[in-house]
Design a protein around this ligand. Sequence first.
Ligand code: PLP
Length: 385
Amino acid sequence: MIPLAVPNLAGREAEYLQECIDSTYVSTIGPFVDRFEEMVANAAGTKYAIATSSGTTALHAGLTALGVRHHDLVIAPAFTFIASIASIAHCGASAWFMDVSVDTWTLDPVSLERSLTEQTHRNKEGELIHTASMRRVSAILPVFTLGIPADMDRITQLAELYQLPVISDAAAALGSTYKGQASGALKADFTMYSFNGNKTVTAGGGGAIATNDEAKAKLFRHLTTTARVGGDYDHDMVGFNYRMTNLQAAVGCAQMENLDTFIQAKRKISATYELGFADIFGLTPFPAPDYAEAAHWFSGAFLAPPIAEKLPQIRFTLNELGIGARPFWKPAHMQAPYRNAPAGDLSVTESIWERVLTLPCSTGLSSSDQAKVIHHVRETIKNLC
Ligand SMILES: *Cc1c(COP(=O)(O)O)cnc(C)c1O
């Protein structure tokens, strides 16, 4: 079996874990957490990074720190992993779903602008209100789909105009750049990274918020560590217990030492698939917008009709042949808990999601295994289509 994406633990993970056990620092205080935060801030291009128990908890606490309240709306693309939307719901708020651009699979600045212009107004208090639902709009949450940065210049320009904070879900985008800038160094208030097991860099589980804003960094850290003031049991806010543990950070540090190697491997895998399918009509690579160098978290192929109609059979055949091929995210607005959330035109989202085939892309994938995958994809398509 050639798996879809498995962690690459060939570095100093075991050594660092042993250090945690020997020192008894296994919990949320310890040298690896601090080191990990430094490494993440460095890679994100920010002054601060605060490590959390997961990407989802980082988003939840991040939205809370940015002032998202019960009953609010948070603008988010429908084409995302469910955690982006669940984190909004955890605040008691709801997503306001918007479409993605067909060229980037990330939040479409054109529909964002149109929605803000045509569907909101300011109330007496000066708050931005979604006119149809009369709910306050309190943040924008762009997603860096597959490690591709969203078009942040245009999004943050609109955010400034409408005075909305921005929290980027850059879960799998560590190592990507936007117009030459590191993914965290853009104008978002917060940028979230995930270190879940299937991400390019893993801590077993974990997340982080990167930011250049000192006050917001402090508030976020405060919120994620029980909002304690002073040394004893004094707490001034409703805090979370969302801090990363030293055990997770030990793995995370060892992984971060290999970030550049991992990103290079991911980019090479993606380029090899692109080359391997270049002559097949109806198979194209995932988007590569001019403005970005993506992190290529996942690789695979985007299928045009009529091949796209055969995707389930293609996947089934590949799986039978021992190749980890999978579909990609089912859009959030089609998921039971979020069906009634306000949504604009989502025609791009609806037209792309069933046409994505993800293929094995572990950073440890060998050239011969990838050649085998390419061969079987080509044969399967020839036989079925
Ligand atoms: C992985 C992922 C998350 C969630 O991160 P966890 O660490 O698993 O909680 C959120 N958003 C996107 C886009 C992701 O890919």
